[in-house]
Design a protein around this ligand. Sequence first.
Ligand SMILES: [Zn+2]
Length: 98
Amino acid sequence: MGLKMNDWQVLQIFLSETGVHEVELNSDGKTLRCNCPGSERRAQCKHMRFVRVKMNRNGGIYPCDLSTRASKLDAIAASQDPKVFRQLLIDYGKIEVV
Ligand SMILES: [Zn+2]
């Protein structure tokens, strides 16, 4: 992805009893963060665990689940810009419920 230093990229959007939460990946390719209330207190939450497990199973890359309605061109354009990619996830991504 075309990330700049210390940029954050949304990887997965979750629906939880506490609301809609987003797990983001730092441009270092390793550090995750989440905007749910639990993650602020413990720096860990079920959303980040969910993403981490899938990343580890996929060789360290999160396998973003996009609908086939998203065209290849959209995906390429989005990969250059975190904001465009986030919109693509909102429009076509699979929302996980945990
Ligand atoms: Zn969380």
